[in-house]
Design a binder for this molecule. Structure first.
Ligand code: NAP
Length: 502
C-alpha cells in the first residue's frame, strides 16, 4: 500500500465525512484516547450539510439547545432556531477545540472502500491515496448529494441554474427573474429572502407542505449568562425540548387527538396568513399531516402574496432555453432557476463505493432485498463496518444529533471491543432480517406509509420506509444505544467464503 500520509499502516478506524456525525464520532475517539483514527472528508472544511447549505435563509428547524452535541453544550446560541452560519461556526469550533483537525484529510473523496479478507482490514482509496483501517465508519450523511429535478430540457436552460445546497453566491440575483422549484424545508426558507431582492419570483410547487408557526426568538444576554454560569439550566432546557419534540409525534397515529390538534394549528396558520380562498386552496395539502416533514415558517405565506411573487401549481411540462413551460402551456420567462429539490437520501452514492466481504457493494446488497441495517448501524457481509445516519435513522420531528450520538455510543463500544479482542464482527444475516422486519412492522399503518403522500422517506422500488425511524427517539436509544458482542458473528473462514461465492 502506498499512501501520501500513512506509509501503509493499518489504523484503528477510518471515518468518512466530517459533518455532525463524523465529528461527533471523532470527539468520542479523541476523548477516549489511544485510538488511531482518520477522517476522510471530500470537501475543504468541516460541517457537512451545514457547510454546503448556505442558501439565503438557511436555518435549523429544530431548537439549537437540542440540535447540538450533549457533550458540547453551547450557552451562546443566539436564538431558539440558529441560522446556518452559527451552526457551522459551532462545528468548526468543535473540530478546533477537540483537537480533531489534525486527523482530517480534506479533499479526500472516498472512491473505493473494500474489505480485505486476507488482512482483515478496510482498504480505502480517496483522492488517489490509499489508507487502511481495522474498522470503517461511514458518516457521509443522507442529505449530502443534491438531486436536480428530472424535467425534460433542464440542461437546455441558457440562464443560471443551481441547487439550493450549491448556492451560487457569485451571481447577483438583484433585479433578476427567478424560478424556484420545490417547496420543502429548503424552498420555504429561500422564498422570503429572495422575494425582497429579485424582480420576480415564480415558485413551482408540486405538493403543498403543511406549515405551522415558527416560535423563534433571540435569547437575552441574561439568559445566555445563566446558561453559561449554571449549566444545569441549559441542560433543563435541552431536556424540555427533547420531550416536547418527542411528544409532538402524531405520525404513528396512536393518539388521534394529537393529529387533530396539529392539523388545526396548520389550518389556522394558513387561514390567518392567507385570506385569498383561491391561493389558500392551492396551499392546502392533499395528504395527511406528518406524511412529509411538517415545516415551520412565519414569513413564507406572506412572501408568496407579494406582488412580485407567484405560486405556480400547474405542474412543469418542460424547460427550454429561456424558462419553464407549465402544464397549461404558459411559458414563464426566467433568468435563474433554483432547484430546491432535495437530496439522494434513499440511495446515498457512498453506498455504491463501499464493498463488503463477498465483493458486493452496500447499494447492491440493499438492492437485493437486504434493505436496512442491524440496529440501524451494521450490515451482514460488511465486517467491522458501521454506518451513522444510515437506514431508518431519519426523523420526521426531533433532533438528528440525538440519533447520531446514540450511534456514536454504539460504535465507540464496538470499536473498543474489536480493538481489545482482535475480533472481526458483523451481524448474522438472519439477525439483521429480523431486526429490519421489526422496524418495518412498526412503520406499517403510520402516516409515512399510509398518509397518502409520496416522499423520499419511502424506497421507490419496495415502497418501504427505509430512511425514517418509525418510533420514538428515546426508543431508538433504548434499542440501539449499546453494542453487545453476542449479537454478532465473526467473519466466516475461507471455506465458508468459497461456498458463499459459488
Ligand atoms: P425535500 O424535502 O426533498 O423537498 C424537495 C422539494 O422539491 C419538494 O417540494 C418536492 O416536491 C420538490 N420537487 C422535487 N422534484 C421535483 C420535480 N421534479 N418537480 C417539481 N418539484 C420537485 O428537500 P429539502 O427541502 O432540501 O429538504 C430536505 C431535508 O433536509 C428536509 O426534510 C430536512 O430533513 C432537511 N432540511 C432541514 C432544514 C432545517 O430547517 N433544519 C432546512 C432544509 C432542509 P414533492 O413534495 O411533491 O416531492
Amino acid at each position: 500500500v502506498t499512501s501520501a500520509d500513512n506509509e501503509g499502516r493499518v489504523r484503528d478506524a477510518i471515518i468518512i465525512g466530517a459533518g455532525f456525525a463524523g465529528l461527533g464520532m471523532a470527539v468520542a475517539f479523541e476523548r477516549e484516547g489511544l485510538i488511531d483514527y482518520l477522517i476522510l472528508e471530500r470537501a475543504g472544511d468541516v460541517g457537512g450539510a451545514w457547510r454546503d447549505n448556505t442558501y439565503p435563509g438557511a436555518a435549523c428547524d429544530i431548537q439549537s439547545h437540542l440540535y447540538s452535541y450533549s457533550f458540547r453544550p453551547n450557552p451562546d446560541w443566539s436564538r431558539v432556531f440558529a441560522t446556518q452560519p452559527e451552526i457551522l461556526a459551532y462545528l468548526r469550533r468543535t473540530a478546533e477545540e477537540e483537537g480533531i483537525r489534525p486527523h482530517i484529510r480534506f479533499g479526500a473523496d472516498v472512491t473505493s472502500a473494500r474489505w480485505n479478507s486476507r488482512d482483515r482490514c478496510w482498504d480505502v482509496t480517496a483522492a488517489g491515496s490509499e489508507y487502511r483501517a481495522r474498522t470503517l465508519i461511514s458518516a457521509a450523511g443522507h442529505l449530502s448529494d443534491p438531486v436536480y429535478p428530472d424535467i425534460p430540457g433542464l440542461q437546455t436552460f441558457a440562464g443560471r441554474l443551481f441547487h439550493s445546497a450549491r448556492w451560487d453566491h457569485e451571481f447577483e440575483l438583484r433585479g433578476t427573474r427567478v424560478g424556484l422549484i420545490g417547496t420543502g424545508a429548503s424552498g420555504i426558507q429561500i422564498v422570503p429572502e429572495l422575494a425582497d431582492v429579485v424582480a420576480s419570483l415564480d415558485v413551482f410547487q408540486r405538493s403543498a407542505p403543511y406549515i405551522v408557526p415558527r416560535r423563534d426568538r433571540e435569547y437575552t444576554v441574561a439568559e445566555k449568562r445563566m446558561f453559561a454560569r449554571v449549566p444545569e439550566t441549559a441542560q433543563n432546557l435541552r431536556d424540555e425540548l427533547f420531550w416536547y419534540n418527542e411528544s409532538r409525534f402524531p405520525q404513528r397515529r396512536q393518539v388521534p387527538s394529537f393529529i387533530e390538534q396539529i392539523s388545526s394549528v396548520a389550518r389556522d396558520h394558513l387561514a390567518s396568513q392567507v385570506p385569498d380562498p383561491a391561493l389558500r386552496a392551492q396551499l392546502t395539502p392533499d395528504y395527511e399531516i406528518g406524511c412529509k416533514r411538517i415545516l415551520i415558517s412565519n414569513d413564507y405565506y406572506p412572501a408568496l402574496q407579494r406582488p412580485n411573487v407567484r405560486l405556480r401549481t400547474e405542474g412543469i411540462a418542460r424547460i427550454d432555453e429561456t424558462g419553464i413551460v407549465l402544464g397549461s402551456g404558459e411559458h414563464v420567462d426566467l433568468d435563474v432557476i433554483v432547484a430546491a429539490t432535495g437530496f439522494e437520501a434513499v440511495e446515498p452514492p457512498i453506498s455504491r463505493v463501499i464493498v463488503g466481504r463477498i465483493g458486493r457493494s452496500l447499494a447492491e446488497t440493499w438492492d437485493a432485498g437486504m434493505e436496512g441495517a442491524y440496529a440501524c448501524t451494521t450490515v451482514a457481509g460488511f465486517p467491522n463496518f458501521f454506518i451513522a445516519l444510515g437506514p431508518n435513522t431519519g426523523l420526521g420531528a426531533g433532533s438528528m444529533i440525538y440519533m447520531a450520538e446514540t450511534q456514536i455510543g454504539y460504535v465507540r463500544e464496538a470499536v473498543a471491543y474489536i480493538l481489545a479482542t482482535g475480533a472481526t464482527v458483523e451481524p448474522a444475516e438472519s439477525a439483521q432480517r429480523r431486526y429490519v422486519e421489526s422496524v418495518h412492522r412498526r412503520s406499517e399503518g403510520t402516516v409515512w406509509t399510509a398518509g397518502g403522500c409520496s416522499s423520499w422517506y419511502l424506497h421507490p422500488r419496495s415502497g418501504r420506509l427505509t430512511t425514517l425511524w418509525p418510533d420514538f427517539m428515546s426508543q431508538f436509544r433504548r434499542e440501539n444505544g449499546h453494542f453487545s458482542p453476542s449479537d454478532y458473528v465473526s467473519e466466516p473462514d475461507a471455506g465458508e467464503l468459497a461456498l458463499q461465492r459459488s
